[in-house]
Design a protein around this ligand. Structure first.
Ligand SMILES: [Zn+2]
Length: 247
């Protein structure tokens, strides 16, 4: 301990190294001189050691104080708060949330983090670098998906530049609460199915067809919304024709 190596007189401090072996090689001597240089002007005082929180805010260390320290220089005022949809499984909500934050392992994000990939182009169209925005809003595959999804639930075609536009598309529409939740749920389901299709292409080299993905969106959203909402009597045939008419 420091106190067993340094004793303080009234005006002088004594260093008691207690070496087992004197420092001899250049590196050891260099470290010793470095240490002596650092403590030369230090104002030593006698007393008992104590812990001190120097993070600002509350005077004592608390988890809350650490949290305040972390967020003190961050500006969250324009952060988008995604609305979670309880009719759709958590895994799909998380995928949508990560897509909006651009935190999915797309080629663009992996390259940014230093991974060297053989092919950084979108696996679904092969024409552009794969990013979340491209994959879900600009890719020819996604555009066709959204076109078909919009005509399925009978609303105007979608125009989106970012994932956020998709997740908040019900804002400008005059829909009832349960209709808004249904459309929002279908959007999240569509994001999920596009990502699954992308993964099948990347990892299994499986060519996916738009019609198959659309069928999956209809079936998955039917299963999830019927079992997770109060609308337990939805019939598959009605849902398949148009999800909003029957609610
Ligand atoms: Zn693409």
């Amino acid at each position: 301990m420091v106190e067993s190596r340094i004793t303080l007189g009234s005006t002088i401090k004594n260093l008691k190294w207690n070496w087992k072996r004197e420092p001899t090689i250049a590196e050891e001597v260099g470290e010793l001189f470095g240490l002596l240089e650092q403590i030369h002007d230090y104002g030593w005082a006698q007393g008992v050691d104590s812990w001190k929180w120097v993070g600002g805010g509350p005077t004592n260390f608390t988890v809350y104080a650490v949290k305040q320290l972390f967020i003190s220089d961050q500006n969250y005022s324009d952060f988008y708060k995604m609305r979670w949809n309880g009719w759709i499984p958590l895994k799909c909500n998380v995928l949508a949330w990560r897509a909006e934050l651009d935190r999915l392992p797309t080629s663009a994000e992996l390259t940014k983090r230093g991974m060297i990939l053989q092919d950084i182009n979108c696996p679904l169209c092969g024409d552009y670098t794969e990013s979340s925005a491209h994959l879900f809003t600009a890719c020819i595959f996604a555009l066709e998906m959204w076109d078909r999804v919009a005509s399925w639930y009978g609303l105007p075609p979608l125009y989106a530049f970012e994932v956020r536009d998709l997740l908040s598309l019900t804002k400008g529409l005059k829909l009832q609460k349960h209709e808004t939740r249904t459309v929002h749920g279908i959007v999240i389901t569509t994001l999920w199915c596009i990502w699954i299709a992308r993964n099948e292409m990347v990892f299994q080299r499986k060519k996916v067809k738009v019609v198959d993905v659309i069928a999956k969106i209809k079936a998955s959203s039917f299963f999830w919304i019927r079992n997770r909402s109060k609308f337990k009597c939805i019939e598959w045939k009605d849902w398949y024709d148009s999800p909003l008419i029957l609610l």
